[in-house]
Ligand binder design. Sequence first.
Ligand SMILES: *Cc1c(COP(=O)(O)O)cnc(C)c1O
Length: 388
Amino acid sequence: MSYLMETDKNYVANTYNRFPIEIVRGCGSKVWDADGKRYIDMGSGIGVTALGLCDEGWQTAVTAQLGQLQHMSNLYYTEPCAKLAKLLCHRTGMKKVFFGNSGAEANECAIKVARKYAAEKKGLEYTTIVTLVNSFHGRTLTTLAATGQDHFHGLFRPLTPGFVHTPANDIEALRRTVAEHKVAGILFECVQGEGGVIPLEPDFVQEMARLAAEQDFLLMVDEVQTGNGRTGQLYAYMHYGITPDVVTTAKGLGGGLPIGACLLGEKAESVLGYGDHGSTYGGNPVCCAGAYYVISHITDALLAQVREKSDYVFSTLSGAPGVKSVSGKGLMIGIETEKPAAEVVKACMAQGVLCLTAKTKVRLLPALNIPMELLKEAVEVIRRTCAE
Ligand SMILES: *Cc1c(COP(=O)(O)O)cnc(C)c1O
């Protein structure tokens, strides 16, 4: 074990079981370890570096802001925050944005908005947030309560009360759940990420939207992983023809800087007032400058490339030897393999390709702008590894 690995093991909390490599440098979709070995990055920091590593334009935008003003707090107006909020609203039709630092924080905001909306509109007893079985919404005690996977809950109970989980794509169960509770909102991922890269069925998504409109609770989409171009649309809900009341996002938004956003639609835009919510770093100028660059570079042309590259991966790996199934949308892809996923990931890493897992699947979240040659090279390694 290297000195660095030993230091990390001795002093960093034991929450991450790291792979035994030290990444020292990145460029686009390539990274290098301390021994000078090159890897193709098919995980992009878990869907964070949407435009790849150290994209030149992004770096220029971020460093220019860094040289001008790195932080001022929300006591004052700063330009990057307002500019980014306007851009996000223009690109989505949402009305207002609350900025935080992470996906969990964006979801916390959504949950507070739903509870306050329901308390004012329907009564104080309308507190329940419906989420889906197999969902993932974050690691804070409230977003853990929202997460519909028991193994994350561990010994951390009691979690925040007021959450119920209903199975994805089961319309009858959804109607029953909504009928049995005093619902404030429903929160879901259009493609369940950590749950195994599983897209929701359109009928089910439309039924959630119908129930939310009929019973006046908030329709809230967790786009922390699916957002910012990942699925081949700017936000994944755009595949489903729905208009959410709340959209949360993070991961790819900052292109590598910590920023989360909670976008509020017409029904939700005025729910929060002065003092109702806040975050010291929220709307930080440097993070907002990075995110502005990312969102303004997710153009229709880039989204078309995401869909094209997605088609390539799906058609190459579907039905390939050792591959049981391929799921997902855009460049958010899950591969069910005959061999254990962890074994495939390890073998790919030895051959210079970095992949992720999601439950029992191999998961790919490459940069949206990964060059086609690199994507082909990586997919070929994955295909061969699955077949062996
Ligand atoms: C990663 C993720 C989160 C949590 O985001 P953090 O930035 O780690 O707090 C929440 N929801 C979904 C769908 C995610 O994929």
